[in-house]
Design a protein around this ligand. Sequence first.
Ligand code: NIG
Ligand code: FE
Length: 417
Amino acid sequence: MKPVWIQHAAQLATIAGKDAPRKREEMSDLGIIEDGSMWIEDGIVKAIGTTEELKKQFGDRAEEADIIDATGRLVTPGLVDPHTHVVYGGSREREFEMRLEGATYMDIMNAGGGIHATSRMTREATEDELVEQSSRRLDSFLKHGVTTVEGKSGYGLNWETELKQLRAAKRLNENHPIDLVSTFMGAHAVPLEYKGKEDEYIDSIINDMLPVVAEEKLAVFNDVFCEVGVFTPEQSERILEAGKKLGLTPKIHADEIESYGGAELAAKVGAISAEHLLKASDEGIKLMAEAGVIACLLPATALFLREDAAQGRKMVDEGVAVAISTDCNPGSSPTTSMPLVMNLACISMRLTPAEALVAATMNAACAIGMEAKVGSLVVGKQGDVVMWDIGNYQELQYLFGVNHVDKVWKKGLLVVG
Ligand code: NIG
Ligand code: FE
């Protein structure tokens, strides 16, 4: 593989700084180098600086490299999507229509649709079919500048299918250019066959599923849908504490539809992140800031469900590290566009353009434990890079709803453009 030498970037937004969740004004520091240049070799960033500086260092090796003229272009780290349900079977466009006709998300779920509908279609799909369908979605992520993705199980709701989803994710991680980090989410819903016997299903998650997930290293994180009518905070805590004992780090779908103590629980169990938080209480936000829980906010989901977005501005101001994500899933957010999510983080949550970019890179990487490898462009990290067909980071958020990706490299290999 030839080295890649990017030269003359109008703005090279390195996001250099600490590999840890960025808070408050740290979220505004993009580490911009003007007339920026970087040398990527063996998949790793080997040097980064101004074009003049790198010419001194690599001038005599120019012929070995693919030279990329980034004049007039913005260059950033590959985006990181820290919350998706990318591995699933089927599709749910009819439910989108039903919601526009007046049904609510929870009405549909309680009538056996929603997550249960995707669960049926995922149970019916073969592992190969799941890999094939999800691989196309990962291709779309790449085209939108996303090079690292988290993916959850949770459409099996029985061990056989949860395992099939986790195995499909493992194969995708191995065979697709994108790094796919797995989360186990057996507690995404109570399967219909356990209605009225919720605690039996929770026992089977704790006693049968979690030990195998941990033993076979099928996931890094353990997530729960803590929501009225799904799992109570007490049930969620049991499941998350059981996972913790096995080495699985907690995440929580918290306070999405109703205020339910999810943010408070995230602080209590020491979750790495709490997701959604549309209805998080003021007290919950304060406790998350104190406990260092990352708020993973999903403004495309709020838009798609026609709800008000989470209080992103308030969370940043109160010292919560904010990450953003597509939530890519067939029910509440079928998008793969992190650029759109950055735009919405500005438009509907009042993050600044710089904060939105940090939320989609370093803070997103921290939310899935990948900050040592991705999330910023510094010497020694993966050569995961996006060149955008625009000149500065403000334009990235201002010219909204348009895909400005020009080229994408994953571990130094050109994968788009
Ligand atoms: O994050 N809220 C729960 N889970 C997903 C939606 C899953 C679905 O509708 O299929 C979410 O929004
Ligand atoms: Fe989700």
